[in-house]
Design a protein around this ligand. Sequence first.
Ligand code: COA
Length: 164
Amino acid sequence: MDQSSMPGKPPSESAIEMNEWVLPQHANALGATFGGVLMSWVDLGAAMAAQRHARRTVVTASMDAVDFIAPIRVGQMVNLKCCVHYVGRTSLDVGVRVEAEDPLTGARAHALSASLTFVALGPDNRPTVIAPLLPETPEEQRLFDAAKKRRAAKEVTRSEADAS
Ligand SMILES: CC(C)(COP(=O)(O)OP(=O)(O)OC[C@H]1O[C@@H](n2cnc3c(N)ncnc32)[C@H](O)[C@@H]1OP(=O)(O)O)[C@@H](O)C(=O)NCCC(=O)NCCS
């Protein structure tokens, strides 16, 4: 199917908000959440946003950036906001912002930012074309343009790596 004949969708239609609670089994000896546990929550939330946009099975192609900004302690709540920033032909870039919340005071702190690429698969398990993204707000347009630039830079790096 031709992508230009598919109706576009705004980022708000697929945005996901997910909450977790850090228990002792999620933490290291310092009482902070393991990076791998956080990355699995990030992957899950981002995959739900990607799948909501694509309405196709999606697979994680790349975790492009993960920045651990502040530790999240046992007992804190974790809030993940996952939003599709950019859509190519068969792939999507999803941005994730993670905040740690003190359950007693409600105080929140930015703990992690990440961006991931997913690829939508058809029934043959091959990449399949998906609906375009229609940014609606100036901020959504800014995120779309920034992700498009990062994507172009990454494609250069990938084709250089393939050639070597
Ligand atoms: C991701 C995967 C489907 C891509 O298959 P492929 O045949 O290489 O895909 P193509 O070269 O046709 O590219 C398809 C799209 O994916 C993008 N893509 C492929 N590999 C990518 C990567 N490593 N990083 C970012 N984007 C990537 C391409 O840019 C293209 O995007 P576009 O259609 O929007 O322009 C394949 O590599 C795969 O199955 N990987 C394993 C996925 C997995 O097991 N994930 C963990 C569990 S979910």
